[in-house]
Write a protein of this length. Structure first.
Length: 285
């Protein structure tokens, strides 16, 4: 095959976008509700003004085949700023990775270096920051002539760095749970001591319960405990019954946001100063 024909083949649009690529997306609420035939829903969808968002296509959720109306992906919204601390979840501002040409990081963590020229200088990957989206297919396909993507080595680096942060998150959460358990134990010990002191003060003023009343009280206590256990068990069974263990990524697809997507010329669709935060995408969804 000649170099010219190789070039033509490389530039051919793809029927499905490639995992590992950065992309610009915009929610399409009109197409998401049109098939319901609900005039009110369609009117509300038309009233929305979705923004452009920058994302990373992490993983396709099913084998892609030509001719499908959409393709479902696990994606990570890209952030134009450092992560805020979230002590309850064990997340710190350092749990992010800059994307070159951005090199700013609280601990000096090296940036990921995508293949192609990433056009924004203020962007980060955040940990624990994923969602699923359906990407609308296009008759003309997806132009990846100037796609910006991570190499397989960079994908491995990304997962390795996240492993480091996940271990730190687990350690922080365990420490918080231990501290909370100790506080609860201290409170329980204090409450028991207070109860013993109070019982000692009034012990001389109380007469023993009649045996029949004591038996009734014990039976009531056992019945109450059994009832509570049954209720918890019933709730657990109900929750388990709601889980479709055979369901795949296409379960309840109407609830998975439908988006239009572009993988080439990212800066033509989104300016650096206009990149929304991940929380903005989640709010829109």
């Amino acid at each position: 095959m000649s170099s010219a024909s190789q070039s033509v083949q490389r530039l051919r649009p793809l029927f499905c976008p490639s995992p590992g690529a950065y992309a610009v997306i915009r929610l399409n609420p009109v197409e998401m509700v049109k098939h319901f035939g609900d005039a009110n829903a369609l009117e509300q969808a038309k009233a929305l003004t979705p923004r452009f968002h920058l994302i990373y296509l992490s993983l396709d959720m099913a084998l892609p085949f030509p001719g499908r109306p959409w393709y479902q992906f696990d994606v990570s919204p890209i952030a134009p700023k450092l992560r805020k601390e979230d002590a309850k979840r064990g997340i710190t501002p350092a749990m992010c990775i800059p994307i070159y040409p951005n090199t700013v990081h609280p601990n000096g963590r090296p940036p990921l270096r995508p293949q192609g020229d990433f056009p924004f200088s203020n962007c980060y990957h955040w940990i624990e920051n994923t969602t699923q989206l359906r990407v609308r297919a296009r008759p003309e396909g997806f132009d990846e002539t100037n796609v910006v993507r991570l190499s397989y080595d960079s994908m491995s680096d990304l997962e390795e760095i996240w492993t480091e942060d996940i271990l730190a998150i687990i350690s922080a959460r365990r420490a918080a749970e231990a501290a909370n358990s100790q506080a609860l134990a201290n409170d329980a010990a204090q409450a028991k001591g207070d109860a013993n002191d109070y019982a000692a003060e009034i012990d001389g003023d109380l007469s023993p319960l009649p045996e029949t009343l004591a038996d009734d009280a014990d039976r009531a206590s056992v019945s109450s405990t059994s009832s509570a256990s049954d209720e918890v068990f019933t709730d657990d069974v109900t929750r388990l019954g709601m889980i479709d263990i055979f369901g795949g990524p296409e379960c309840d697809v109407d609830l998975v946001p439908l988006v239009d997507l572009w993988t080439s010329e990212l800066s033509e669709h989104l300016k650096e100063e206009d990149i929304p935060g991940p929380e903005d995408l989640f709010a829109e969804c």
